[in-house]
Design a protein. Structure first.
Length: 268
């Protein structure tokens, strides 16, 4: 079993405290303003959600997960995050259940088996100290209770890797959805942060994948999970919607900050 790595740091280690923190995120002035209920009132879709400490990004993430609740139930959730540690394989699937203060998120074993090939491999080392997938799991547990997941960490975020992973995801069985875990630009003053996050968000909304890679590879922008975002865009071809764009400065102050966005991407 994968033990939580950032529990007590990025989010509360106490189950009741964690539930209260997620409730706080949903009802926060910078959040959606409601407690989600599972109901089928919108088309099935994947989401982009931030993965910073909850004090900074959880209200934005609440927009993403609240919209997911409005699209109904799923058999399992594919959670794709960037690799911040440099450990593990180019695209690493975890095959150990994820433990959080809210319980165990079980691995969807058949999907893990079906995804594997020469590039996409089981490598739990990449997951052991990586926060980008872990911080999304409590939101799923808060809404859906017991969940099954396929956790994936991308060290290789190239276009070729994202398209390869998307092609494999399209072949998976069952009714699943995708959570692409990403923050936006990092450690910039407020005016520049808002401007660059706006450009990046426009590229996502317009499905301008060339622009996303141009921004990232030129060093102009620093959205850490651009590979997971492009994987989501390459898997689901429906409408893209921006639910919320904010940043850590708006939440907690400071001279520089990190950007966060909540997107939905419809399946068809």
């Amino acid at each position: 079993m994968r033990e939580p790595y950032v529990s007590g740091h990025f989010y509360p280690a106490d189950p009741d405290g964690l539930r209260e923190k997620i409730t706080w995120a949903f009802t926060h002035w910078n959040g959606p303003g409601y407690i989600p209920e599972i109901k089928k009132i919108s088309p099935e879709h994947g989401i982009v959600a931030p993965h910073a400490g909850y004090d900074y990004s959880a209200p934005v993430a609440a927009y993403s997960f609240g919209s997911l609740a409005n699209s109904g139930k799923y058999d399992y959730f594919v959670v794709i995050g960037p690799n911040h540690t440099g450990l593990g394989s180019p695209i690493s699937i975890g095959n150990e259940d994820y433990l959080t203060p809210l319980g165990r998120a079980r691995i969807r074993k058949d999907a893990v088996e079906d995804l594997q090939d020469d590039l996409i491999v089981v490598d739990n080392l990449a997951h052991a100290q990586e926060h980008s997938v872990e911080v999304e799991i409590p939101f799923l547990q808060y809404i859906y209770g017991e969940v099954e997941i396929v956790p994936i960490v991308m060290l290789d975020q190239s276009l070729e890797a994202a398209e390869h992973l998307a092609a494999r995801l399209k072949k998976l069985k069952g009714n699943f959805t995708i959570i692409a875990s990403s923050d936006l630009n990092h450690y910039l003053p407020l005016s520049r942060l808002r401007r660059l996050d706006g450009y990046f968000s426009s590229a996502v909304l317009n499905r301008d994948i060339k622009a996303i890679y141009r921004y990232e590879y030129s060093g102009e922008m620093s959205a850490c999970g651009f590979g997971p975002i492009v994987t989501l865009l390459s898997t689901y071809k429906g409408k893209v919607e921006l639910l919320k764009l904010s940043n850590s400065i708006e939440m907690t102050g400071g001279e520089t900050g990190v950007g966060y966005a909540a997107f939905t991407v419809e399946k068809a």
